[in-house]
Structures are given as C-alpha cells and as structure tokens.
Design a binder for this molecule. Sequence first.
Ligand code: SF4
Length: 226
Amino acid sequence: RDVADVDAHVSVCRACPRLVAWRESVATTGRRASFANQPYWGRPGPGFGDAAPRVLVVGLAPAANGTNRTGRLFTGDRSGDWIYAALHRAGYANQPESVAAGDGLELIGLRIVSAVRCAPPANRPTPEERRTCGQWLDRELALVAPGLRSMLALGAIGWEAALASARRLGWDVPRPRPRFGHGAEVLLRAADGHRVRLLGSYHVSQQNTFTGRLTEEMLDEVVARL
Ligand code: SF4
C-alpha cells in the first residue's frame, strides 16, 4: 500500500454525513456565481505532492469553492496563493501559483494533506468529524514516516491533528501536549526512533492574511525552518 492507494480510498469516503451533504450541495446547487459554469469535484481532497516526502504540511480542510471545486488541496483560492508562493520561494514547489489541477504544479520533497478532507460549513468541522477523518492522516503519516524530517501545521486544528495522529501511531509526543502558536516548534520521536520536527504557523486563510496577522515574512521564516 502507498499514498496513491490512500488517495483513492479518501476520494470516495462518505463517513461524515454532514460534510458529505455540504460538499455535494455546494458542488451542485451552491456554486459560487463566478464558477457556475465550471465542473466541481465535490469529494474529499486527497493528499497532494511528493509520495515520499521529507516535509508534510497539515492544513485545516478544503475550501468549499477551492479544493471542493478543483479537486486539489489549496488550489483555486486565496489560501493557495499564499502557501504555494511561500513553498516556491523556499524551493519546495516548481511554480508559485496553483490555479487548477493539471496546471503543472509539482511539489519537491513535500506533501500537503488536511486534517479534515471534506469542506466543512463555515470552515468549522465538529470534534467528531475531526476524529473520524484522523484515520486518513494516520494512514498517510504511517506511510511517509520513514523519510519524514519535519511537519508544518497550518493553524491550531492542523497542529492538534498532527499531534493526535502521532500519538495514535505510537510516536513519542511530549506531555503536556505542546501548545499551538505561530512559530511553535516541538521535536517528536517517530515509532522507529528518528526525530521529526513539528512547526506551527498561523493558517493561510484570508482572515489571517487580509488582516496582517500573518505576513509573507512570517510564513517564510517558519518555512525556512522546516
Ligand atoms: Fe471521510 Fe474525512 Fe470526508 Fe469525513 S471528512 S467524509 S472522514 S474524507
């Protein structure tokens, strides 16, 4: 089994009734007017990037008119503009933009996943939905763990998901549970004994980037430490 196999299974998951109903209603009758003539993916957003990465980025969840439309994480919305531009500046992406699946974007040594893989209403998954979707992060993290050197959690939900998954996989995670913050850093020990650095960044959502809570310089500083 490999991450492609996980992707295939994720993309047809229907474990969360509320999220299945939401993702499909946005994709059919709830399309944003400017995308009304475009096809919508309307399914979970599988992981994207290197299948054997040194770095794993854990975001929050797909955007209703972003990934839920394009089928690729952080693609076709303002959040994607920020994260892929930063990854390109640091050498992890071959281009700074991510407008549509099939646009030639490739990630180098890095993979992006989300804590919750279906678009949630108001970008707020419930605790139960977060727990349910954690199974996918567990499977993906277990597969990429041998070559992994660091993880970047975008936002508190990504941070909590990464730590919870690491614990379930038997990794050594400091207690009490390390707290999220922009620039937070903790060293984890994977099940095979090697160390994996977990870094936190404010999420690249518009409520952070439009308000100046997260600047390009702040994001670059964290990405440079990966
Ligand atoms: Fe499945 Fe995750 Fe989507 Fe729930 S959020 S339906 S577990 S892919």
